[in-house]
Ligand binder design. Structure first.
Ligand code: SF4
Length: 179
């Protein structure tokens, strides 16, 4: 099964505890004013298989995966398959979503999509409550701790900004600053 992607970062320290594979999905229709990543809104992106993403995470020896967007829960079936494939590997899974916990819980497909997530950070981005720290773009976003794998203290230690320079000189900036 394929996920439609915006981009992948193979090692990040600013998108969750430890070193993580970060997967930005493509496509979001939620339309939060002030969205930090409007380039992810159109539905058309690059297809990549869930199995390939899991293999990449395992090959890199990361602590886990952070799924961001775009809106992961607008691709609920492949996200559910991704979580199910990650679970037996022992890798952690964090899902960042614009849907609220209530919206997820009342929709069977969205609920299934986060079934294997350790942490879901849920809710629309609200510009007037901008935060940009500890995986929350705005202060209304809710932590939904689904397992005991991660704790609030793990997020306190996260850098708000990360600048990565590849061997070819490509610079990637990530993290919650500016979001
Ligand atoms: S849910 Fe995320 S990607 Fe979608 S509009 Fe809101 S902030 Fe942007």
């Amino acid at each position: 099964m394929d996920l439609t992607l915006h981009g992948v970062l193979r090692r990040s320290r600013a998108n969750g505890p430890g070193e993580r594979l970060v997967v930005w999905v493509q496509g979001c229709s939620l339309g939060c004013p002030g969205c930090f990543n409007p380039g992810t809104h159109p539905a058309r992106g690059t297809a990549r298989s869930v199995d390939d993403l899991v293999a990449t995470a395992l090959a890199d020896g990361v602590e886990g995966v952070t799924l961001s967007g775009g809106e992961p829960l607008e691709q609920p079936a492949p996200v559910a398959a991704f979580g199910a494939a990650l679970r037996p590997t022992g890798l952690g899974l964090i899902v960042l979503t614009g849907f609220t916990r209530a919206e997820i819980e009342r929709d069977p497909a969205r609920r299934a999509a986060v079934a294997d997530a350790d942490l879901v950070v849920a809710g629309r981005y609200q510009r007037r409550r901008h935060l940009g720290a500890r995986l929350r773009g705005s202060a209304n976003k809710e932590y939904w701790w689904r397992t005991a794998r991660y704790r609030a203290a793990d997020l306190e230690a996260l850098p708000d900004l990360e600048v990565l320079i590849a061997a070819d000189g490509t610079v990637t900036t990530t993290g919650m600053v500016g979001t």
